[in-house]
Design a protein around this ligand. Structure first.
Ligand SMILES: [Zn+2]
Length: 221
């Protein structure tokens, strides 16, 4: 999940980035999963959908769901388990269960939808390249993100990295921070969030205590 919040103060914008940034680094288990399963997955389905945990229509959807539920036994929430399989190899992938209260864990059942296999193929390419790559070669956008000069902006970029993020490792944020810092030293920022994963910096039970004050302080700088 790439999350950006723009906080406008006179003439300068602070942009907050959580978890993904420009230089995605993923666990070796996820890399192996991409390498081994992506070609097969692409032949079987056009997308993965955690909502199959609520309702799977086709035979293939039912087969994938049954396989995921057989191999992910970390909780009794089928959408949570499907989301973990969809977005990586963690158990779970997108948060730490101990950071979610019961109501939020229940709420995720109605969240998440289809993720096309082309998304995984693109992320796999980016991970191998070491930085994000353009998809559609749109005019005005670079082919490579995070390798050349920064965009022409005075915005400050502040990166937040859950130390326990197993969707995109915290090194992702550090690498992008270092890229920005090398170009304009001491201007941008990075924060590590001990005990947090990928999405729980926003939906965790204690995110309002542990994370939001840091983000507000950065927006108010
Ligand atoms: Zn769960």
């Amino acid at each position: 999940m790439m999350s950006a919040v723009a906080g406008l103060v006179p003439e300068v914008t602070t942009i907050l980035s959580n978890a993904v940034a420009l230089h995605p680094v993923i666990p070796k288990e996820t890399l192996a999963k991409f390498r081994v399963t992506l070609p097969t997955l692409h032949r079987l389905v056009d997308y993965l959908d955690p909502q199959w945990g609520n309702h799977a229509d086709t035979v293939m959807e039912k087969l994938v769901t049954a396989w995921v539920l057989a191999t992910h036994r970390e909780c009794d929430n089928r959408v949570c388990r499907l989301a973990s399989f969809t977005h990586g190899t963690g158990k779970p992938t997108l948060w730490r269960h101990e950071n979610l209260n019961a109501a939020t864990h229940e709420w995720v059942k109605q969240e998440f939808g289809r993720v096309p296999t082309s998304f995984f193929e693109q992320i796999y390419k980016c991970v191998k390249a070491g930085h994000l790559l353009g998809v559609e070669h749109l005019p005005g956008l670079p082919e490579n993100f995070g390798t050349g000069p920064l965009p022409q902006t005075d915005a400050r970029f502040v990166f937040f990295a859950g130390t326990e993020n197993v969707c995109f490792l915290p090194q992702s944020q550090l690498k992008t921070y270092q890229y920005f810092d090398q170009i304009r030293p001491g201007y941008h920022g990075v924060h590590y969030l001990p005990g947090y994963g990928h999405s729980d910096p926003f939906i965790g039970e204690y995110a309002s205590r542990d994370v939001f004050p840091l983000m507000l302080a950065e927006l108010e700088r």
